[in-house]
Design a protein around this ligand. Structure first.
Ligand code: AMP
Length: 190
């Protein structure tokens, strides 16, 4: 199994790269952000809980996202591997994921960290706001998402550095160049 996580701040290009990676390696794409937006669009109980939190740019609880991930993994039995996108976002989530994957004997092969300077991230997110109209792509929510990232999420990179499966990729360049760097890293970890 090829289990990989895509990691980086909001606007780093995780979603764009994720689509290309799952196509090339035939992986199941598990994006917690997409799962949550689907729950909201369908007006489920989980969606109702998530709506305000996500619009404020705050993180949902670990229990909430772990439940989504567990359900989604169970629905994708027999795949080549999982590409986790936007998960794990806290060290607690990382520890839960590690336990889940170790139980299956298929630990995370790599955490691919996409690096982009802050000013470029902000520019990209405001640009996306005009096109996609996401509820959390406004100045206030964006600022909160960066704070959440710096307070809670950055530590996930260290967690996997200690395990020796952390890979840095330069993300401030054209999409194809980032993708080439990612595929090179994946070929090395396979
Ligand atoms: P994303 O599409 O990955 O940028 O996620 C959008 C929003 O969904 C985030 O700002 C959080 O509010 C929520 N979210 C997504 N993934 C997680 C996660 N792993 N843990 C907590 N909240 C999450």
């Amino acid at each position: 199994m090829l289990n990989i996580a895509l990691f980086g701040p909001p606007g780093a290009g995780k979603g764009t790269q994720a689509k290309k990676i799952v196509e090339k390696y035939n992986l199941a794409h598990l994006s917690t952000g997409d799962m949550i937006r689907k729950e909201i669009a369908e007006g489920t109980e989980l969606g109702k809980i998530a709506e305000e939190i996500i619009a404020r740019g705050e993180l949902l609880s670990d229990e909430f996202v772990v439940r989504l991930i567990e359900n989604s993994m169970a629905q994708h039995r027999g795949v080549n591997g999982f590409l986790f996108d936007g998960f794990p976002r806290t060290v607690a989530q990382a520890e839960i994921l590690d336990r889940m994957l170790e139980k299956e004997g298929t630990p995370l092969k790599g955490l691919i960290c996409i690096h982009v300077p802050f000013e470029e991230l902000k520019r990209r997110m405001l640009e996306r706001a005009k096109i996609e109209g996401r509820a959390d792509d406004n100045e206030e929510a964006i600022a909160k998402r960066f704070r959440e990232y710096n307070d809670k999420t950055v530590h996930v990179a260290n967690h996997y550095k200690k395990k020796g499966v952390h890979i840095d990729v330069e993300g401030n360049c054209p999409v194809e160049e980032v993708f080439n760097a990612i595929t090179k890293a994946i070929e090395e970890m396979k």
